[in-house]
Design a protein around this ligand. Structure first.
Ligand SMILES: Cc1cc2nc3c(=O)[nH]c(=O)nc-3n(C[C@H](O)[C@H](O)[C@H](O)COP(=O)(O)O)c2cc1C
Length: 260
């Protein structure tokens, strides 16, 4: 029996049909998260101006961080997302660990050749975000960075575990490498080099930044999505205090409630 040749046009449309069907099946299985939602806070325990423990935003941050530190299911309460942008506004974000704060600002450490550091060199503006999921609370902080003095970076580097010190030395952070083996062999060479030493000297391309905050936003989730958002900011030049929507905070901070 002779075979009926399938015209090329038909084969193509079959290919398209099956690819399209597969694609939509994949998508319907992979992308439908519409049912994913968890309860947050109830209206009874909303977060309002009266609930602030301080009118100084850093003290308020400290109170929430303390709460997060006491919550055993939060393993890294100091973990935060740090957003930077190039000079022309192309953004990037990554997780980092905040390593301390005081009245001068928030400290974190990194490699000065990394993508974030290159961006910070040309644009010192950052936005950072803590989210403590079990508490349904988050804090966003906008600010500008400056490098910490070299001695502060050296001081912190010296208290890091030796493995982390070697890791910082082995990694030219954010650069492309041929594979994990390349990283490991550099690490092993460094382990041998510093085998007799208890600690490792800080490389000059590694150190800390200080984020000097100019806006804080405290967010607490509500199950009905009427989330609480309290923002601390400074008055802009020439701006008058509008007492119908602004509350006086400590120093020259003003506090406003934002719509969720
Ligand atoms: C929880 C967590 C904490 C991190 N802490 C730091 C940190 O403190 N400093 C750092 O340079 N990278 C840290 N990283 C790695 C960064 O997320 C990122 O991969 C790295 O800094 C390179 O980012 P970049 O290429 O955008 O500069 C951390 C990652 C995670 C998930």
């Amino acid at each position: 029996m002779s075979r009926v040749p399938i015209p090329r046009k038909v084969t193509l449309s079959f290919t398209w049909l099956s690819t399209g069907a597969l694609f939509s099946r994949f998508f319907s299985q992979m992308a439908d998260l519409s049912g994913m939602r968890k309860p947050y806070h109830s209206t009874e325990d909303a977060f309002d101006i009266d609930h602030l423990v301080s009118l100084d935003p850093m003290q308020q941050f400290k109170a929430w961080l303390d709460e997060a530190c006491k919550e055993k299911t939060i393993l890294e309460p100091n973990a935060m997302a740090l957003a930077t942008a190039t000079k022309d506004g192309i953004p990037s974000v990554r997780m980092i660990l905040m390593k301390g704060f005081d009245a001068s600002g928030f400290r974190f450490f990194t490699n000065f050749n990394s993508r974030k550091a290159v961006e910070l060199n040309s644009n010192p503006r950052v936005s950072m975000m803590f989210y403590w999921e079990p508490l349904k609370k988050s804090v966003r902080i906008d600010g500008t960075v400056e490098k910490l003095p070299e001695e502060k970076s050296t001081e912190y580097f010296s208290v890091r575990p030796k493995d982390s010190q070697l890791g910082a030395l082995a990694s030219n952070q954010s650069s492309v490498i041929s594979g994990r083996h390349a990283l490991l062999s550099t690490y092993q060479e460094l382990q041998e080099k510093y085998a007799q030493q208890e600690s490792v000297p800080k490389p000059e391309y590694w150190g800390g930044y200080l984020v000097k905050p100019f806006v804080y936003e405290f967010w607490q989730g509500q199950t009905n999505r009427l989330h609480d958002r309290l923002r601390f900011r400074k008055l802009r030049e020439g701006e008058m205090l509008d007492e119908s929507v602004m509350h006086r905070g400590e120093a020259d901070w003003i506090i406003e409630r934002l719509s969720p």
